[in-house]
Design a protein around this ligand. Structure first.
Ligand code: DLL
Length: 439
């Protein structure tokens, strides 16, 4: 990293919170953990009962390592206590509610006190700053506004940082492009799959966004690959950075990539991160890949105790060139519930994306279709042909992809090349898997 970049990003640190020594950080975490677990057990029946069932009390936590004895919380617990059962404050004490719609059943409802919203804005600002946004930037926010946390989460974070926000929300892509160009946005905040949609539409409309003032894209909310990163960097003329978050914990702003692009700093003064083996549920040593578990340290309305995110990553605690001391999460490759098992081989959509990206003859719009073929699951990769690909070359390109998926991921699949524009375009989170096994 160059001296100039380091100095520039250092200017945007919170010098107290973001660069404290690991010892200081862990001492702060322990103090806050004891408060948070006590708060959860005092105010929430579910947590009190779960602790009692394990025969432990918050006061028994003397070291961070003791967290391994504390019960987990899952999405099912949120559903079972729908809508307000896990709140640690009366409903009247909430300033806002958000909700995330699952694929089945009731949505997950989350609540925030005024102080929680303050913390969220602060961490949103920290997240944007880590990615490279600065006061005075013009932020075009195309994350969905509404119950989804993406829109309002980044909105208040950007305002807190001192940016000007265009609260665009998702959809109406042609209008988005006109606004980005006419108003001179410098930062684009949206999902990576929606940014691809914007890039494609701008190229069709003959609008040169790469030649304009846009310089940074703040992505998140779904898995994406390095291939998509370089594609978008080039087509939109930006530096695309990754951010992580989930509504159950807060929304966007739980972690962010710094200019080093070597993982996402998780904001450890507000969240405690663990990696567990999803089978044995035992914590794994630093550096090992597994399921991310998060405990909130400062949340008032909805304290979360060892929340099982289902997201697969690894935690890196070594020093980072940017100077921040907060541990880094490796980019999320996928969720354990998105993992497909095809003839015994574990496959994440993001692995297939990595194989597809950069190959000649196709564009980065794809979907994985899973069907049941007798007792076996069968995978078809549907990917769009480059508009310049000659009809006679479809089968050669398809065969090349099939071969690479087999040799790099180890799974046999069919590849169907779709005509340009045939696959659905994302307006928010892309739907990468079409599961036809139970229809
Ligand atoms: O997606 C919050 C968010 C909004 C994060 C905008 C970043 C930007 P949920 O709708 O509750 O919240 O979905 C959370 O999305 O558990 C991950 O599976 C996935 N996810 C979030 N960020 C990333 C990322 C928002 N950077 C779920 N890479 C999480 C991969 C991500 N997956």
């Amino acid at each position: 990293m160059s001296v100039i970049t380091r100095a520039a990003s250092a200017a945007m640190f919170d010098p107290v919170r973001e660069t404290m020594s690991r010892d200081e950080l862990q001492a702060l975490q322990l103090r806050r953990l004891v408060w948070s677990l006590g708060h959860a057990c005092d105010k929430v029946d579910h947590h009190r009962r779960a602790f009692a069932a394990k025969g432990i009390r918050p006061a028994d936590i003397g070291r961070l390592d003791d967290l391994r004895h504390v019960p987990f919380t899952t999405k099912l617990d949120l559903r079972d206590n729908y809508p307000y059962g896990l709140l640690a404050v009366p409903r009247e004490g909430l300033s806002r509610l958000h909700a995330s719609s699952g694929t089945t059943g009731k949505p997950t409802v989350v609540g925030y006190t005024r102080a929680d919203l303050e913390t969220w804005a602060e961490l949103g600002a920290r997240t944007l700053a880590a990615c490279g946004a600065r006061p005075g930037d013009l932020v075009h926010n195309a994350y969905g506004y509404g119950l989804f946390t993406g829109g309002l989460g980044f909105h208040y974070g950007a305002e807190r940082l001192g940016c000007t926000v265009i609260p665009m929300s998702g959809g109406n892509t042609e209008k988005q492009i006109a606004m980005i160009a006419d108003l001179g946005a410098t930062v684009l905040a949206c999902t990576p799959s929606y940014a691809l949609n914007i890039a494609e539409q701008a190229e069709k409309d003959g609008v040169d966004l790469a030649g304009g003032p846009l310089r940074l894209a703040v992505f998140g909310a779904e898995p994406w690959s390095e291939g998509i990163r370089s594609d978008i960097d080039r087509r939109l003329g930006v530096r695309a950075q990754d951010t992580y978050g989930l509504s159950e914990i807060m929304g966007p702003g739980v972690g962010a990539e710094c200019p080093e692009r070597n993982g996402l700093h998780g904001w450890e003064d507000h969240f405690l991160f663990e990696i567990i083996d999803p089978e044995t549920l035992e914590p794994l040593p630093p550096g090992t890949a597994g399921e991310l578990v998060i405990t909130t340290l400062t949340k008032q309305a909805l304290p979360m105790v060892r929340y099982r995110t289902r997201d697969i990553t690894r935690l890196m605690t070594g020093p980072c060139g940017c100077g921040r001391t907060h541990a880094r999460l490796e980019r999320i490759t996928g969720r354990s519930d998105d993992m497909l098992i095809i003839r015994g081989v574990n496959v994440y959509p993001s692995q297939v994306e990595s194989v597809l990206l950069g190959r000649d003859g196709i564009v980065p719009h794809y979907q994985l279709v899973v069907r049941r073929d007798g007792a076996m699951d069968h995978l078809t990769v549907e990917v769009e042909a480059d508009p310049l690909l000659a009809d006679g070359d479809y089968s050669r390109v398809g065969a090349g992809i099939r071969h690479h998926v087999k040799s790099l991921i180890g799974v046999t699949c069919d590849v169907v090349l779709k005509n340009p524009g045939e696959l659905p375009r994302s307006l928010g989170k892309a739907v990468r898997v079409k599961d036809l096994r139970n229809v």
